[in-house]
Design a protein. Structure first.
Length: 339
């Protein structure tokens, strides 16, 4: 589809896309994806494969090494790719400049579409404009809800991090917290900043910010431990990613603190921790859905001219709280690596 049909380049009233699971999907199953094997891509979750010509889509994220959150995003993307006859090229780098270079690589490969996270949107502005100039549709996911329209993206799939943070703050009030420390594992990431700001906005107690190096888990552990030893009044540790919550639990134990741990995001290990009471609750933004909808959205745009939200509104995938009251219902899916 040429550039003139992008909603940023026309003045007709936008129309809302059909759901990502639209009846456009036809029968069959398998995927030619760049990355993990197709059986790891959730192919068993789809009974159909589109008969449309194969298209190539690049998924470029700011995943840091070892951050398992992105395995769930990727699995959702691979499931959609298998259904839609899409060749998926996955790449990632937590450094914004390097991520921009990966987007440029996708442009150079003349892909049919790009799905990208916008943790640091200013660093990606120029290369996204290049994709637009090349007639390559770009959708956003996970990070960048405040910036996707300004950057001219077609669609956005993710969570409003400010809303999620505010909901988290209210939850802290409900459980009687008084002094919470919000652990930021990647400085400069706008989504993480918005989460802590949201918590601070609605939480009636004290909110402290603790920056840690999320790529070095032993350092994360020692930094949180030191903070808890320094301030024994901290009664809640708030982590901003699922892999950091169990580490925070270890820090609490090492520090001899009575603080409890709650977190943003979810994975299969975390559901067990919620069941056991080690983690009080988690905010689920459904990363599987983000990856799935981003790829399926680009396929729908190319094959039927759809764009979810009409180019004006994002598609929200969260927030939803997971605690002991509902963790059993979620855990069976998390065990498959899809929640």
């Amino acid at each position: 589809m040429d550039r003139s049909s992008h909603p940023r380049h026309r003045r007709v009233a936008p129309f809302v896309a059909v759901a990502a699971a639209a009846a456009l999907a036809l029968a069959g199953c398998s995927s030619d994806s760049g990355g993990k094997k197709s059986e790891e891509g959730g192919a068993d979750a789809s009974a159909g494969k589109a008969s449309t010509p194969q298209m190539t889509i690049a998924l470029v994220t700011h995943q840091a090494p070892g951050d398992t959150f992105w395995d769930i995003v990727r699995k959702g993307a691979e499931t959609a790719a298998a259904k839609d006859n899409v060749k998926l090229i996955y790449s990632a780098d937590p450094n914004a400049g390097n991520q921009a270079n990966l987007v440029q690589n996708a442009i150079d490969q003349k892909v049919d579409g790009i799905a990208v996270t916008l943790a640091k949107p200013d660093a990606l502005k120029e290369v996204i404009a290049k994709a637009d100039a090349a007639g390559i549709p770009v959708v956003g996911l996970n990070s960048g809800l405040s910036d996707w329209k300004d950057l001219g993206l077609l669609e956005f799939f993710g969570q409003d991090e400010s809303v999620a943070g505010e909901a988290f703050g209210k939850k802290l009030n409900e459980v009687g917290a008084k002094n919470a420390v919000c652990v930021v594992h990647e400085q400069g990431n706008v989504g993480l900043t918005q989460r802590c700001d949201g918590v601070k906005k609605t939480f009636e107690g004290e909110t402290q910010i603790l920056n840690v190096n999320g790529t070095d888990m032993p350092s994360v552990k020692s930094t949180i431990t030191a903070k808890l030893k320094q301030d024994s009044s901290i009664d809640y540790v708030v982590t901003l990613g699922a892999p950091f919550a169990p580490t925070a639990v270890q820090s609490v134990e090492e520090a001899g603190s009575k603080a409890k741990v709650a977190t943003f995001d979810l994975n299969k290990e975390l559901t067990g921790a919620v069941k056991a009471g080690d983690i009080q609750f988690a905010v689920d933004q459904q990363p599987y859905l983000q990856g799935y909808l981003a790829i399926d959205g680009l396929w729908l745009y190319k094959n039927n001219g759809n764009y979810s939200g009409g180019g004006e509104q994002p598609v929200l995938t969260g927030p939803a709280f997971v605690d002991k009251s509902n963790v059993d219902a979620v855990s069976e899916f998390a065990a498959k690596g899809t929640r």
